[in-house]
Each structure stands twice: as C-alpha cells, then as structure tokens.
Design a protein around this ligand. Structure first.
Ligand code: 2HA
Ligand code: ZN
Length: 270
C-alpha cells in the first residue's frame, strides 16, 4: 500500500520516533486499552506534493477556532486506537490531518481515514498557542503514568509546586531534565475544551509537563522523545518516593543547599 511516508525520509524518521515512544508507553504500563494520545506538528516536513493531495475525509469540526494553525499538518493517534498497535503500525492507527482555511475544521489527508484522538481539542489548542508564541516545540503527549497519577489522589500534593519540589528532591537528575517542574490542572472532564484551556493556561505559566488530576500527564517538547523523557524522569522520582514509603519511612529528600548547588551547576531556571 502507498504511504505518505514513501520517499520522505525525514517524515518517516519522525513517525518512527512516534512508534518507538508508543512502544515505551505500552511497556511502562502507561497505555492501557486506548489510553493516551500523541499529536505531532509535521508542517516543516510538508512538500508541495502533499499540499496538493486531496483530502480523504470531509472537513471535521475541531470545536474551536485556532487562528495560528491555518494550513498546518499534524500526525495524530487515532481515536480508540491502542498505543501497542500504533507501535507496530503507526499509519494504520493514526493519520495525517490538515487544518482548513477557516481554522475551525480539519481534514484527513493520509494514509487512511483514521479519525484522530478524542483529546484533539486539547492537543491542537496547545499547538496553536505554541505556534503563536514561535516556540520550537512540535510534539504533545498525553499518557497515564501510574505513580504520578496515584500521587494526584492526595490533596496536599495538588497545591502549586508541592509535587515539583518533592519530585525534584528525590534524585538530582529530575530537576536537571525537567527544569520547569510539574504544573497541576484540577480534575476536568476528559476531552473537554475546559481541560484544553486550563492546560494552555498552565503551560503558559512556564511548565512543559502538566498533571491532569486523577487522569494523566500532558507534556510538550521539541520532539516526542524529549516530551517522553521529561515524563519518564518525573515518574521515576515518584517511584523512588513510593519505594521509600513502602519501606516504611518518609524519604529525606535532597537538602535545599544540595538543590541550589544542582541548580547553579547545571544553569537551571528558578
Ligand atoms: O485517548 O487517554 O484522555 C485516550 C485518553 C483520553
Ligand atoms: Zn487520558
């Protein structure tokens, strides 16, 4: 079967990375059933032949108008598709979409009519915000990391930056590789525009990784592997915290002076 990836090595490499990360999400136990979503802005890889391609779906409403995404292209995981299937067959479990001229609809361009993820409004709204800002970030990831989600069931952890500081203090690399910490979005209905708006507001406060209370994380970065790495590092810190609690004690955490030393040595913000 013909694919939009044929003879387009850069686009192909991008989608290979998506497949690799989808496999990691499944292996980690963060992607039960159809859990999680991936949306990648691939506009930089689009040539005139793709621009001339006819849509293979009718225009579908986004549910909001995204003025900065006119004519942009995205790879999106399909709704109800499994990450573990996407890991093997990314173009059968996701599709390439184009945002229409009115910025309020999208149409599917390739390879087959796989309707995008239910969280598309959140993902596209965030990409609209990033594009408007001139950000180099092209990837958004939503996943259900077990330990991080468990921690959001404890009210004191939902106060601003309580989890950020707790997780940073578990192992030095956490702050080095997730320097903006973990933003918190109070529980909102999955797939809703309210959730999309709260997510943007929290990213705007200067977070790359946002925790959706009792649901999962939403992360953005230059590419999907980097977004995954940030979540992986945070969840590792959460696992260390829980291992200590399971041994029956509250972990000491790195001292404030040790955190400051780290921050200076690695030239980190905050
Ligand atoms: O798409 O995880 O929140 C599956 C989800 C929705
Ligand atoms: Zn989810």
């Amino acid at each position: 079967m013909e694919s939009i990836l044929d003879n387009r090595p850069l686009l192909q490499r991008e989608i290979e990375q998506v497949a690799e990360v989808a496999g990691h999400l499944w292996q980690k136990g963060w992607a039960e059933r159809n859990g999680g979503n991936i949306v990648i802005n691939i506009t930089d890889h689009i040539d005139t032949a793709i621009m001339r391609m006819h849509a293979i779906s009718k225009p579908i409403e986004i549910g909001t108008t995204l003025a900065h995404l006119k004519g942009c292209y995205f790879y999106c995981k399909g709704t109800n598709r499994r990450m573990r299937d996407l890991a093997r067959k990314p173009m059968e479990n996701g599709s390439v979409i184009r945002i229409t001229e009115d910025c309020a609809h999208y149409e599917i361009v390739a390879d087959s009519v796989v309707k995008p993820t239910s969280e598309l409004p959140s993902h596209l709204s965030v990409h609209d915000y990033l594009t408007a800002k001139g950000s180099p970030y092209k990837a958004s990831l939503h996943t259900h990391p077990i330990e991080l989600v468990a921690m959001t069931h404890h009210r004191p952890f939902l106060e601003k930056d309580v989890l950020t500081h707790l997780l940073w203090s578990m192992i030095p690399e956490t702050k080095a590789f997730c320097p903006r910490g973990l933003g918190i979005v109070p529980y909102l209905l999955p797939s809703s525009l309210a959730l999309a708006q709260e997510t943007i507001d929290t990213i705007e406060e200067d977070y790359d990784v946002v925790m959706w209370e009792k649901h999962g994380v939403f992360a953005v970065d230059a590419d999907l592997m980097s977004a995954f790495d940030q979540v992986d590092v945070l969840n590792k810190a959460a696992q260390i915290y829980m291992s200590a609690r399971n041994m029956g004690f509250e972990p000491e955490g790195m001292a404030d002076e040790q955190m400051q030393e780290m921050t200076q040595a690695f030239h980190l913000p905050k």
